[in-house]
Design a protein around this ligand. Structure first.
Ligand code: 3PG
Length: 212
């Protein structure tokens, strides 16, 4: 049985960008995810910020070949339990409360806990976490901030998320302590609403070609 850190090594190694998405409709979630996978971004985070989110996660897990679907904005132990039940493969939280860390010990599913300060990072490092979400990346100090903590917070890798764009992502991906980045820019709401799946695949292809 692979450890959660081993599974996160594999998942975060699949692509340089994790699209962060929010859906009201399972069919749209499936079509968008197919377009992203076709463009080379198989790891997809669907946030629990809509009433339909769990249904969308379940649909993508079941119907999108090649996708590795995770749940985002996991805030409570109850939300974590729901995500496990619908078949998602990883969890992302904006913060790292003790409730989430304790709950994650009960489930065989890896969690990327959110941190924005060295103290938060040290707390989850003490719990054995090696992969952390840095959120909100741009507002909390950006790539310069992560560069500054790299020599101090050794042994952890970050997935910065929040405010990233195609222009900003390369600065993060060039850092030794960044394994991948997350963001919604690869599937803009306008393109989803227009059903512009080719356009989304194109953005995904550009993102998947980013060096790290
Ligand atoms: C989120 O939780 O919404 C992510 O951090 C994505 O942020 P973005 O929309 O700024 O890319």
């Amino acid at each position: 049985m692979k450890s959660k850190n081993q599974r996160l090594t594999e998942i975060t190694g699949l692509a340089p960008v994790i699209p962060v998405l929010q859906f009201d409709d399972a069919d749209v979630a499936v079509a968008t995810s197919r377009a992203l996978v076709a463009g080379g971004l198989p790891v997809i985070e669907i946030t629990l910020r809509t009433p339909a989110a769990l249904k969308c996660i379940a649909a993508v897990a079941k119907h999108v070949e090649g996708a590795v679907v995770g749940s985002g904005t996991v805030m409570t132990a109850g939300m974590m339990k729901d995500c496990v039940e619908v078949g998602c493969q990883f969890l992302v939280s904006p913060g790292s409360t003790q409730e989430l860390i304790d709950a994650n010990k009960k489930y065989d599913i890896p969690l990327l806990p959110g941190v924005a300060t060295p103290s938060e990072a040290m707390a989850v490092m003490g719990e054995g976490y090696e992969f952390l979400k840095f959120f909100p990346a741009e507002q909390a100090g950006g790539a310069d901030y992560l560069k500054a903590v790299a020599p101090v917070l050794q042994g952890v890798k970050f997935c910065p998320t929040g405010g990233l764009t195609a222009d900003k992502a390369p600065d993060y991906l060039a850092l030794p302590n960044v394994v991948c980045v997350g963001g919604s820019w690869v599937a803009p709401k306008g393109k989803i609403a227009a059903g512009d799946w080719d356009g989304i695949s194109e953005l995904a292809a550009q993102a998947s070609a980013l060096a790290r």
